[in-house]
Write a protein that binds this ligand. Structure first.
Ligand code: AHR
Length: 672
């Protein structure tokens, strides 16, 4: 019998021995009185929006460069500002020049003959915490190159090396490139890795006495998500697809705002040929001194076109967020850090142009670029967020002109505003009415909060204003007090909290856990939904909680209460139980979610009221999510240590009686 749901009395058939009957009787008598709930079956409630459970990506924790974006070379364009050779080891004779073929990435490296036949000019890149290679897999090396003198051809040797190897040679995979043109050209070669190595190095030797210039040096796995050339890391994109998110919010987060305006995320710099997308500082390079990564930049190889495409491919509505002219307010407290309201025109134009880029006709300026990049059909953008985590009067006064301009040109686009960085308090209380006044369609709320907060928020949305904007729970995660790492109990409390999201689907239209990804060697912020190293990835317990909500999303809310008519929100007297229920009109099934956050087994009796006399529900499955070790999570070594378990639900009738194990998330699937 599965842990978590122990059928009682009438579904407990067959009970084979008197002994087991006695044991069950004992257990029941030792337990608290049954928790009675009822689900109203004769009226389906609010529609659950397709966008309800989504994902939120930000290039934090090396989520994009070094993560989802499968480029294996760091500083491929020699543009890191303090040192164009940062990330590279160099030897022999070479120099960095700045009149290259890509005006927005002008630097390149000139490799000279070292002046002696027994010397070498070579350059090595260690990637992001090493380069991850898998034995037998193909990797596409490419480089823009020329022979500046234009006489005899130059030659490059490309090697994948293992510097820790005890073999005579460190190179296990090699290729040669002949550079025969005075003009800049891209050269490409596919190499097969002879070994699996999570921390390999790419080495390039100049192999001729002829000078060769190199620029935009790149190495990608050939096997990427959906086979897109030089695209996304397959396992990480697959983990997003597997979640079946209904919404994809990008590109952040604070990087939208930038530490200063100059380094804000500028979407226009992220489209067009990758070679000419200018490098941007990553704001997370600076945010935490205790986890400082001076080599954290945004190549923008994963830009807005790629984000839109990924949204489409994982079946999620895109939700781009753009700067409202406020630099990060945590990091700037002087007004001159921000764009004055009267100078917002170019920012507003960026918003309008973005909508044109996503949806515009192929003959429009930005629609044309989208088509040239490979997607003539519109991306069918429906939502846009203006500003990330803004607060104070400086936000509404900037948001207002954006709303006016977008409404005038694109009245069908829904606009997401912000309620600031806190889940309650002065800023929050100030901004919600402001958002209502301005007519924002949705308001983004953020809460990274401890266990006590999550336990107390089971009824959060039950009494929200139904006449105002809809809610977007845009960033949330349970940050355990003194336990700020991913662990099962935190995910259990997220599951408990999500019952208030589900129950209030008439007003909550979107919710995204945050952040999404973290590299085990390069994180700045945790917990996160998915962790990875250079070769492997794992889905956290929080991922599985999200998955249970997307899998059993349903189409409409069903009213579930206790017998006094109160929602089951972990309130006093409800024994740490949180519950909600939905109906799925496609499968004609009912999903009942019950989260037992207490330390005791909780007997639960759910009556399905309002069924016709001869109608009954039939058990299909009981899905249980539990870990005996509440502080544990999945790991890269054991990625499926804690996963939901599905069992048959042996039940037919109008009253389901179950025992919900302590610290367990249950989903009961019933056929109507
Ligand atoms: O998700 C990490 C950060 O948390 C986001 O960038 C920001 O919006 C919030 O403060």
């Amino acid at each position: 019998m599965f842990r978590g749901a122990v059928p009682l009395i009438d579904e407990m058939k067959p009970i084979k021995t008197i002994l087991s009957l006695f044991a069950v009787a004992l257990t029941v008598s030792a337990m608290a009185q049954s928790n009675e709930m009822k689900v109203r079956m004769n009226k389906v409630g609010a529609e659950i929006q397709p966008t309800m459970y989504g994902i939120f990506i930000e290039d934090i924790n090396f989520a994009a460069d070094g993560g989802l974006y499968a480029e294996l070379v760091k500083n491929r364009s020699f543009e890191f500002p303090n040192n164009p050779l940062q990330g590279w080891n160099v030897g022999g004779r070479l120099e960095v020049l700045a009149d290259g073929p890509f005006e927005r990435n002008p630097h390149y490296v000139r490799l000279y003959y070292p002046g002696h036949p027994h010397k070498h000019t070579g350059i090595e890149n260690n990637g992001f915490f090493g380069i991850g290679l898998k034995q037998g897999e193909q990797y596409r090396f490419s480089v823009w190159a020329r022979i500046p003198d234009g006489d005899a051809a130059g030659r490059l040797s490309v090697e994948l090396i293992n510097t820790a190897s005890m073999d005579e040679g460190q190179a296990h995979s090699t290729a040669q490139i002949t550079v025969g043109s005075k003009e800049w050209k891209q050269y490409e070669v596919v190499m097969t890795s002879a070994v699996t190595d999570s921390e390999a190095t790419l080495r390039i030797f100049l192999d001729s006495p002829v000078t060769v210039d190199i620029e935009h040096v790149s190495l990608f796995p050939v096997d990427t998500w959906n086979g897109h050339k030089n695209g996304l890391r397959k396992d990480l994109a697959q983990a997003l697809y597997d979640l079946k998110p209904g919404l994809f919010r990008f590109p952040g987060g604070c990087i939208v705002e930038g530490t200063d305006l100059e380094t804000r995320y500028n979407w226009k710099n992220t489209v067009g040929p990758v070679e000419n997308r200018p490098l941007n500082e990553n704001r997370w390079q600076h945010t935490f001194r205790h986890r400082y990564y001076p080599d954290y930049f945004q190549s923008y190889g994963l830009g807005f076109y790629e984000y839109f495409l990924l949204s489409e491919e994982i079946g999620a509505e895109p939700l781009p967020i753009i700067s409202c002219g406020l630099a990060c307010q945590f990091q700037n407290d002087t007004p001159d850090a921000h764009v004055p309201v009267c100078e917002l025109d170019s920012y507003i134009q960026d918003a309008l142009d973005l909508i044109e880029f996503a949806n515009g006709d192929v003959n429009s300026e930005w629609g044309k670029l989208r088509a040239e990049m490979g997607h003539p059909a519109p991306f069918n953008l429906k939502f846009i967020g203006i500003g990330n985590e803004q607060w104070g009067p400086e936000y509404p006064e900037r948001l207002e002109p954006f709303i006016k301009a977008i409404r005038a040109k694109y009245p069908e686009i829904k606009i997401v505003g912000s309620s600031g960085p806190n889940s309650e308090g002065d800023q929050f209380d100030y901004l919600w009415p402001e958002m209502k006044k301005l007519g924002a369609d949705l308001v983004d709320e953020h809460f990274y909060r401890p266990e006590s907060w999550f336990l107390a928020q089971g009824a959060r949305y039950d009494n929200y204003d139904r006449k105002g904007p809809k809610v977007f729970a845009g960033e949330y995660a349970c940050h355990g007090a003194g336990k700020k790492w991913n662990h099962f109990e935190a995910s259990l409390l997220e599951a408990a909290f999500m019952t208030t999201i589900e129950r209030n689907a008439d007003i909550v239209h979107m919710a995204t856990y945050a952040p999404l990804f973290a590299h085990v060697e390069g994180w700045q912020w945790r917990p996160d939904l998915i962790w990875f190293d250079n070769l492997r990835s794992m889905k956290s317990c929080s991922w599985y909680v999200q998955k249970l909500y997307t899998q059993y999303k349903g189409t409409n809310v069903l009213t579930l209460t206790d017998m006094s008519g109160a929602n089951v929100t972990g309130a006093e007297g409800q024994n740490g139980l949180f519950a909600s229920s939905v109906y799925d009109s496609v499968t004609n099934q009912v999903y009942v979610k019950i989260i037992n956050t207490s330390d005791e087994i909780q007997p639960v009796k759910v009556s399905f009221d309002g069924l016709k006399k001869n109608e009954a529900l039939k058990g299909v499955a009981a899905v249980s999510y539990h870990s005996d070790d509440l502080d544990a999570d999945n790991t890269l070594d054991e990625p499926e240590k804690i996963v939901p378990k599905t069992s048959d639900l042996n039940f037919e009738g109008k009253v389901l009686e179950v025992n919900v194990a302590p610290k367990t998330f249950m989903v009961y699937v019933l056929q109507k």
